[in-house]
Design a protein around this ligand. Structure first.
Ligand SMILES: CCCCCCCCCCC/C=C/C(=O)SCCNC(=O)CCNC(=O)[C@H](O)C(C)(C)COP(=O)(O)OP(=O)(O)OC[C@H]1O[C@@H](n2cnc3c(N)ncnc32)[C@H](O)[C@@H]1OP(=O)(O)O
Length: 370
């Protein structure tokens, strides 16, 4: 309502007709929508300046827009035309200066500090969490799991409407960094496996409990845990260059990220088994046909199309969107936490198995060109 309060003239001399016309042009150039109340005020002052006090019958009760305009004009009573013109010019001048001070900041300024493995930015009511180890295909280190949890926690409390997880470079993510299995001192393996299971439980738990719409923007291939947690997202947009691969059996490991529950629900038992047990790699189009991906876009226009879509979604009524997300998730939360706990206890055992140790050694020896 503050913006609707009558504006005092700031200039000693009254605004001229030329000032008024120039203010009318300036309004068209505003980058930020001033909101309905201010627009009504501008309309009323314009009418008062050009026609004087309100002189038309009040529109009918169902003609909501014209009624609101009429009310705003009528509220100016017998305000003299010159004063209305001055108030119009002053109001536009205020709007123009706040418009230029709220210009979009360069990306470097929007970047949230404190993350080493992520780039976190907020713009247009969207918080974007970008995994940022492109040289290692965004493989998830222990630090990265922790930073993603911190970024999600912060995003759940910020004023964003939608949260996006994406990757920098040619991969979305190659999943767990297999170096997480290295440098474990002899005799410490059991303790490390237990700590790993706790970390994983907390990591997946953050996605289960996340209260706002979560969108995965899959810019390239995705492997392992970066695929399994997709069943906990609300939207999954993929470039047609993306692939989806869960080679758990080859790695002597078992499904996590609640995929043992979400994948059969999403794609049916047989297709889930092909992925989670036999390690079948899906193209983006196959993943879309099976319901894991919401929509596939050509790689050449992927970023442009997805961000245009997300910016439009981010303008939806925020609280309603969050409440809808929570209503849908609340039906499943208890079950998902139980699945998460069970998967992690199985995986904790798997990490100690010969099959898993041999698979990790095989990756490392290929890497070392042995
Ligand atoms: C006691 C246990 C404690 C564990 C605690 C863990 C907690 C949570 C665990 C959750 C369980 C998750 C399971 C999974 O995600 S399983 C999936 C694991 N990922 C893989 O198996 C992928 C392995 N990588 C590859 O197959 C290839 O690198 C890839 C196909 C991704 C790309 O091949 P390409 O030839 O194009 O490129 P490079 O191989 O040269 O890769 C570039 C460099 O990046 C390194 N890299 C890539 N991915 C990984 C990875 N997942 N782990 C470690 N390093 C990775 C690769 O080695 C190259 O590095 P260099 O340039 O230094 O050689």
């Amino acid at each position: 309502m503050q913006a609707l309060s009558l504006h005092m003239s700031k200039t000693a001399m009254g605004a001229s007709q030329k000032d008024f016309e120039s203010a009318m042009n300036q309004v068209k150039l505003l980058k930020k929508d001033p909101g309905n109340e201010v627009k009504l005020k501008l309309y009323a002052l314009y009418k008062q300046t050009t026609e004087g006090p309100c002189n038309t019958p009040r529109p009918g009760v169902f003609d909501l827009i014209n009624k609101a305009k009429w009310d705003a004009w009528n509220a100016l009573g017998n305000l003299p035309k010159e004063t209305a013109r001055q108030n119009y010019v002053d109001l536009v001048s205020d709007l123009s200066s706040s418009d230029s001070s709220s210009q979009v900041k360069p990306e470097a300024d929007r970047k949230q500090p404190g993350y080493e493995t992520l780039v976190v930015t907020s713009e247009d009511s969207i918080t974007k969490i970008m995994m940022n180890r492109p040289a290692k295909k965004n493989a998830l280190t222990i630090q990265m799991y922790r930073e993603i949890m911190l970024a999600l926690e912060a995003a759940s409390k910020d004023d964003s409407t939608i949260i996006v997880l994406t990757g920098n470079g040619d991969y979305y993510s190659s999943g767990n960094d297999l170096m997480n299995f290295m440098n474990i001192p002899p005799g410490e393996m059991e303790k490390e496996a237990k700590n790993g299971a706790i970390l994983l439980r907390d990591f997946v738990g953050c996605f289960i409990d996340f209260p706002k719409p979560l969108v995965a923007v899959i810019n390239g291939p995705a492997i392992g845990i970066s695929v399994t947690i997709l069943g906990l997202f609300d939207l999954v947009y993929a470039s047609d260059r993306a692939t989806f691969h869960t080679p758990f059996t080859h790695l002597g490991q078992s499904p996590e990220g609640c995929s043992s529950y979400t994948f059969p629900k999403i794609m049916g038992q047989a297709k889930a088994a092909e992925m989670l047990m036999f390690g079948k790699k899906l193209t983006a189009r196959e993943a879309c046909a099976q319901g894991l991906v919401t929509e596939v876009f050509p790689d050449s226009t992927f970023q442009k199309e997805v961000w245009t879509r997300l910016k439009a979604y981010s303008k939806l009524p925020r609280n309603t969107l969050h409440i809808s997300k929570q209503s849908i998730r609340n039906l499943e939360k208890e079950k998902l936490h139980a699945v998460n706990a069970e998967e992690n206890s199985v995986l904790q055992e798997r990490w100690l198995s010969d099959e898993c140790i041999n698979a990790v050694m095989s990756f490392l020896s290929r890497k070392a060109k042995l």
